[in-house]
Design a protein around this ligand. Sequence first.
Ligand SMILES: Cc1cc2nc3c(=O)[nH]c(=O)nc-3n(C[C@H](O)[C@H](O)[C@H](O)COP(=O)(O)OP(=O)(O)OC[C@H]3O[C@@H](n4cnc5c(N)ncnc54)[C@H](O)[C@@H]3O)c2cc1C
Length: 457
Amino acid sequence: MPRVTIIGGGISGLSTAYYLAKAGIPSTLVESRPRLGGVIQTERVEGCVIEGGPDSFLSIKPAAMELVRELGLADQVIGSNDHLRKTYVWKRGRLVPIPDGLQLMVPTKVLPMLGSRLLSWSTKLRMGMELFHPPAGVPRGDRSVAEFVRAHYGQEAVDYLTEPLLSGIYGGDPNLLSIASVLPRFVEMEARYGSLTRGVLKERKAARAQAAKLPLFRTLKGGLAQLIEALGKALASGLTVISGSAEALERNGCGFRVRVKGDWLETERLVLACPAHAAGGLLGTLAPDAAALLAAVPYSSSMTVALGFDQNAFPRPLHGFGFLVPKRERRRLVACTWVGTKFPFRVPDGLAVLRCFLGGAQDAGVLAESDDAVVAAVTEELRRIVGVAAPPRFTRIFRWPASMAQYTVGHQDRMAELQARLAALPGLHLAGNAYQGIGIPDCIRTGKQAAEAIAGV
Ligand SMILES: Cc1cc2nc3c(=O)[nH]c(=O)nc-3n(C[C@H](O)[C@H](O)[C@H](O)COP(=O)(O)OP(=O)(O)OC[C@H]3O[C@@H](n4cnc5c(N)ncnc54)[C@H](O)[C@@H]3O)c2cc1C
């Protein structure tokens, strides 16, 4: 049985360890933080479930639910309150609802779009004309998300739909993000139908059948930390955890040796489940070309700020899931979720929790600001946007430096080159959010793939 070492104890590394243990292979995991879970962190405050990092996973991607079921947590799964799903965009001093029927930036219903204040008449006309885009036949080369959306729906759709949505998900800049990596489904539709609206309408039947069965997002009643705790329990006998940072990496015959807190750890198989920038740093002298490709994956830094209020502190009820602030209108807030509306079992009666996102590609400096300065900036913006003047009952701040990989134009080609370079280092595997998707299900899938490659499944 090979000796296996995993660097990084987020969901990617823990999934690797879990699927290895399932195949009867014990492993050693090296984690630099004092706790496991990486960016998954849940706290309980005044009976509220507060997620510091991710709050849920997409239902349509199966890997997370598969793992949840295997861990015996199926009865703990809850879905988003999709009947209440509405998202607002802050535009010229008011919260404007995203019109019904919009799939990301693709309009599928005429009347809600015509009646919406979110976009100008010229953009609405352009959206209608998009129906006549001729099919390209084959997918075109990679482009930025902004370039792609602009070609279909114009700049205003980029500014008031795509940019705020992608900032909310990736903390990313649509002028840099790759359409082929971030929204591959739309690239296929463009090739097949020309018009994205026509593509979405044609494929709507199948999408509806799927959507009817599943909530958009799922999570666990007690928060996503339940998943980490369950993994910890399931791994109690098959995993050795070493607390410390992997500092250096060398080849050792057919295997590797990793330096942790000054001691060398010998291993036959190695899984780098840390962020790509950390993996690149470790591979620096061993495989300089692969290291350069890893180090070239940009990461954005973000911060979540949860604020608990008395429910009656708000002049108007909090309808929908929350709001997005486009870059053109942004001061500090990128997005805000009404936690108690999005999911059940999160906030007791009488309280309201607002989870705010800051940072991202344009405002990484916010992570260096003091807690007091951050809370002051956030409460001032919430006063302006939702009219809450009372001070919060509690606040919690979570800083996530360089945690969210950005798939910039050309990402897929660079990843193919990376795989080719790594073929020269048999026994080394990668898992994490820098490669095939940033969401929790994608990370679990990369961990499972690494485990299967080692187990020879
Ligand atoms: C604020 C935020 C909100 C998000 N929301 C969602 C969401 O709602 N749904 C969703 O699906 N996804 C969401 N994501 C994305 C998703 O949560 C992450 O992509 C995923 O959890 C990353 O897991 P990971 O294990 O690959 O990386 P991480 O969680 O970053 O874990 C990597 C681990 O490696 C450790 N490490 C780094 N270097 C070393 C070293 N040299 N030695 C030892 N250990 C090291 C780190 O300490 C860390 O614990 C969100 C991410 C963030 C930051």
